[in-house]
Design a protein around this ligand. Structure first.
Ligand code: NAD
Ligand code: UFG
Length: 341
């Protein structure tokens, strides 16, 4: 199969591109590198021994997107490209709606023109908002609490309407829980720019000495140790979920939504402990105020993905931390050689 991967130079996209190549698919990556480096793709080529057809294209440039599809047969699209920082989305909502929603409209317009109607979209557990009816099931109402989450909700609605209007489309809306970890080689991984917003990359930067300590946002939640609970999922398990979705879409039309999580929650303190074990050093932390908008507990009911895709996450928290640490230790500044604080 020839698969076009938007955002393929990014964190989840690079791991999924690797899995696609390793399964024998041909991959075109479309990315404008606004939050990534082409070095990730060079390393994907190094690990896989295969070539990635990379196009530095912005989804907001509709003609350039059309031109990629006009070149030849694409069988399916996996659409990762988007902005993803919750706090930034509150400060720059228009940039988020434009990039994520308009970018997706351009993509599906080009797909329609080219007759490509198979799409896997990166949605997020953020669409469930602060719902505390855990585990979260796909039928739980969407109720995002910030502009980033609302772009995901709006894109889900747009794609659902598209699938209803034209039943020849095959669309998978994948709601990721908390992706962490790295490929076991330690050659590719998450490379956040500036101060990481998310827990694992922050913990990893403390472990490697780039930051002093982890600030734990709240220790008075109604959870066993008072800290927030999330469903962390290994990025390689997540990548495998995309391949399972592509296999499913090859034999079904319609619009489908699946949670991709482990179904198991871990607290912030459990993560710090597991990472300390993986890194062989105690990670210092300090409790501070709750972060506004954070839910106490979020984890998936991932049984639909198991029943319908035959997919489930295989790797546990210890392996997530070991792999994340291997990547961080070997690449303390990610794909760059110089520190960026
Ligand atoms: P990432 O930032 O590493 O990757 C996104 C990629 O998209 C980057 O390479 C970026 O350069 C590219 N991109 C952004 N806008 C573009 C545009 N207009 N044109 C072309 N390329 C563009 O992020 P990630 O963590 O790999 O996330 C991938 C997707 O998964 C995103 O849509 C994100 O919202 C979603 N998601 C991520 C998480 C998470 O915690 N990482 C959780 C749930 C959902
Ligand atoms: N946390 C800390 N200190 C930090 C960072 C996070 O204590 O420095 C805590 C948070 O309060 C939360 C947990 O660690 O309890 C996880 O926080 P993350 O920021 O790593 O993840 P979130 O669940 O808040 O959100 C992330 C993405 C969202 C996405 C969601 C589900 O930021 O965009 O996962 O995929 F929607």
């Amino acid at each position: 199969m020839k698969v076009l991967v938007t955002g393929g130079a990014g964190y989840i996209g690079s791991h999924t591109t690797l899995c696609l190549l390793q399964e024998g698919h041909d991959v075109i990556v479309l990315d404008n590198l606004m939050n990534s480096s082409s070095e990730s793709l060079r390393r994907v080529e190094e690990i896989s021994g295969r070539t990635v057809d990379f196009r530095e294209v912005d989804l907001l440039d509709a003609d350039a997107v059309d031109a990629v599809f006009a070149e030849g047969a694409v069988d399916a699209v996996v659409h990762f490209a988007g902005l993803k920082a919750v706090g930034e989305s509150v400060e720059r909502p228009l940039a988020y709606y434009r990039n994520n929603v308009v970018g997706t409209l351009n993509l599906v317009d080009s797909m329609e023109k080219a007759g490509v109607r198979r799409l896997v979209f990166s949605s997020s557990a953020t669409v469930y908002g602060a719902s505390e009816h855990v585990p979260l099931i796909e039928k739980s109402p969407m109720d995002a609490t910030n502009p980033y989450g609302r772009t995901k909700e709006q894109i889900e609605d747009i794609l659902t309407d598209l699938g209803a209007a034209d039943p020849s489309w095959s669309i998978a809306l994948l709601r990721y829980f908390n992706p962490v970890g790295a490929h076991e080689s330690g050659r590719i991984g998450e490379d956040p720019r500036g101060v990481p917003n998310n827990l694992l990359p922050f913990v990893a930067q403390v472990a490697v000495g780039r930051r002093d300590k982890v600030m734990v946002f709240g220790n008075d939640y109604p959870t066993p140790d008072g800290t927030g609970v999330r469903d962390y999922i290994h990025v390689m398990d997540l990548a495998a979920g995309h391949l399972a979705a592509l296999r499913f879409l090859a034999r079904a039309t319609g619009t489908f939504r699946w949670n991709l999580g482990t179904g198991r929650g871990s607290s912030v303190l459990e993560v710090i402990e597991a990472f300390s074990t993986a890194a062989g050093r105690q990670i210092p932390y300090e409790f501070t105020e709750r972060r506004p908008g954070d839910a106490a507990v979020s984890y998936a009911d991932a049984s639909a993905a198991l029943a319908e895709l035959g997919w489930s996450a295989r790797r546990g928290l210890a392996e997530m931390c070991t792999d994340h640490w291997r990547w961080q230790q070997a690449n303390p500044y990610g794909y760059q050689h110089e520190p960026s604080f």
